[in-house]
Design a protein. Structure first.
Length: 166
């Protein structure tokens, strides 16, 4: 099942939340900062350190620490550079990698933020289209996995709902 909700991703009771991570897996701003603060910054930073660097388009997994989620999947999306440097393929790869990580830890439910659509500057409408298409592609034949797109605001929720309805 795929759905979009307007919610704080750090409060969702799922097996794994996806962090829109940077390649050094360090605490950042936006959703990344919120996840670090809610999980416990010191413990999460210590768990991330041996997993870094994580190349763009890939993902790594840590425990969820203080989150309701058992795991945090750190997926590194691309910084938008105008669209001509493979950003779409790298973003799709980040979603695919996150779902492989979920499978590797035996998870059955996951919440994604809008990877790369914040401070990385990816146009939100394109990011939503790529996110939904990538997850649908990766999920073919895996109906037992529950995917939630956790949207920060009503505008982003509308973009994801439109893509899910298409």
């Amino acid at each position: 099942m795929l759905r979009a909700v307007q919610a704080d991703i750090t409060l969702l009771p799922v097996d794994a939340v996806v962090n829109a991570a940077n390649d050094q897996l360090l605490a950042g701003g936006g959703v990344c900062g919120a996840i670090f603060r809610s999980a416990g910054s010191r413990a999460l930073a210590a768990a991330c350190k041996p997993l870094a660097p994580c190349p763009t388009g890939e993902a790594r997994t840590t425990p969820g620490f203080n989150l309701p989620a058992r795991f945090i999947i750190h997926a590194v999306g691309p910084v938008w550079q105008g669209g001509g440097r493979g950003e779409a393929a790298l973003l799709a790869s980040a979603y695919h990698a996150a779902l492989r990580e979920l499978q590797a830890v035996g998870g059955r439910s996951v919440a994604f933020p809008a990877i790369s659509a914040g401070i990385y500057g990816f146009p939100r409408d394109q990011a939503a289209r790529i996110a939904v298409a990538s997850v649908r592609e990766a999920m073919r034949g895996q109906d037992e996995v529950d995917v939630t797109f956790a949207c920060f605001d009503a505008e982003t929720l509308g973009l994801y709902e439109r893509e899910l309805a298409a």
